[in-house]
Design a protein around this ligand. Structure first.
Ligand code: SAM
Length: 188
């Protein structure tokens, strides 16, 4: 699938570690593979991620961005996860591709410069998804995408968000029923 061996071995390692960690909450591998391919297909240069955790989803974004010459800006509020994921990205040879941000996404998102090709919203509190969306949307380029995780695993928490995304006159939005379920919103 085109991901280089060094990155793939760290993906394998984190996929194993998910069985022993109770706070990883990482996306299923099949979802990561789809997002990787999507980033490649649209030639993404700037991806913004809310919710780094231990870096599992970030490894897929960064694998694509290594090929396109782009950057991943990934945000987590946990010092432990910031430290751990930063070390993981370096070990995967992605230290130059990933910018780790430590802090509340509500504060970090407005500091990020556009144009953003893809934003991936995967914080813990799914009710905050609309707030994250509103903070990053002005920086998303026309034709750019926002992916919001957990539509299948947290349908009630995300119901208002999905309605909001689908009713926007400046967007088209639909669910991709893979992995945790992802709402895919494209800027018109
Ligand atoms: C579902 S996990 C992310 C999983 C990751 N995307 C993956 O698939 O590997 C959510 C993460 O969001 C972080 N988080 C929670 N509240 C946050 C906030 N307000 N700002 C930034 N990160 C936050 C948590 O520390 C946690 O690591």
């Amino acid at each position: 699938m085109g991901i280089d061996k060094q990155i793939l071995s760290v993906i394998d390692e984190l996929d194993e570690l998910r069985k022993t960690r109770d706070d990883a909450w990482q996306i299923p591998r099949v979802e990561g593979e789809l997002l990787y391919q999507f980033a490649l297909a649209c030639g993404a240069k700037t991806v913004v991620e809310v919710g780094t955790s231990y870096g599992f989803s970030g490894l897929f974004w960064a694998a694509a961005l290594k090929r396109t010459g782009g950057k991943l800006h990934t945000i987590d509020i946990s010092q432990k996860k910031y430290d751990s994921s930063q070390a993981t990205f370096r070990r995967a040879g992605l230290g130059e591709v990933v910018v780790n941000h430590l802090g509340d996404a509500v504060e970090v998102l407005p500091t990020l410069k556009g144009p953003v090709d893809i934003a991936f919203l995967d914080g813990i509190d799914k009710k905050q998804s609309r707030r994250y969306f509103e903070l990053i949307w002005p920086a998303v380029r026309k034709g750019g995408s926002v992916f919001t995780d957990n539509t299948q695993t947290h349908p009630e928490e995300l119901a208002d968000y999905v309605r909001f995304a689908r009713s926007r006159p400046d967007a088209v939005s639909t669910e991709i029923p893979i992995g945790n379920g992802v709402e895919w919103t494209v800027k018109l």
